[in-house]
Design a protein. Structure first.
Length: 210
């Protein structure tokens, strides 16, 4: 199993759980929980594949991603249904911490995976496209999740969300030119996770109009 596949599976589980947690908080039914979890997990990759002309998208060619997301969502549903995890948990500060952690891990993993996909598709000389596709892969599923849940997307309001993805994408593109791919991948993904966690801890936000 390659480090890239490991990162993809980690990102898939993390985003699936974040989608399921939002669905439960919004009081969606069983199907809604599954749909929101799946959309969050594979939505960004689907947009990326369509943009680079890779059809049908990977999620239809490799069922491991959809299956992994489904298992993660079903496990979360069972934990709630059996009251191993209480619904009151969704109103706590701990829930917000876990939600942020899952989102950060998914964002970090999928941003670097998106850049790899662009390079493998033959766009190694198009740096802006690589970075754009990396950010799109990282934030696309979360945007779909938030829109379907009827909330303002995290990308527009939450603690330098897209900026963390952009920073990690730029670092990854740069590191690929001076170090091994696996090292660059791990460092860049951890950077994104670190920025997101620090942004929440220290309330970093971009300026807006009050």
């Amino acid at each position: 199993m390659t480090i890239r596949l490991v990162m993809e599976l980690i990102g898939t589980v993390a985003f699936a759980l974040s989608g399921a947690m939002v669905a439960v908080q919004k009081k969606l039914d069983f199907l809604g929980i599954i749909v929101l979890g799946e959309v969050t997990a594979v939505g960004g990759g689907m947009f990326r594949d369509l943009l680079i002309g890779y059809t049908p998208p990977v999620l239809f060619q490799e069922p491991v991603y959809v299956s992994t997301a489904l298992v993660a969502v079903l496990l979360f549903f069972v934990l709630l249904k059996c009251r191993i995890v209480s619904k009151e948990f969704l109103e706590t500060e701990m829930y917000e911490w876990f939600m942020n952690l899952f989102d950060a891990v998914g964002l970090g993993a999928f941003t670097v995976v998106g850049i790899d996909a662009a390079i493998q598709a033959g766009f190694a000389n198009y740096l802006f496209l690589q970075i754009f596709l990396g950010v799109l892969t990282g934030v696309g599923g979360g945007v779909m999740r938030d829109v379907m849940a009827g909330t303002t997307p995290f990308i527009l309001k939450k603690h330098v969300y897209a900026c963390a993805s952009f920073a990690g994408a730029c670092v990854y593109v740069g590191l690929l030119r001076v170090t091994a791919e696996n090292i660059a991948l791990v460092i860049s993904a951890l950077l994104i996770v670190g920025i997101r966690l620090c942004a929440r801890r220290y309330k970093w936000n971009l300026p807006g109009i009050e």
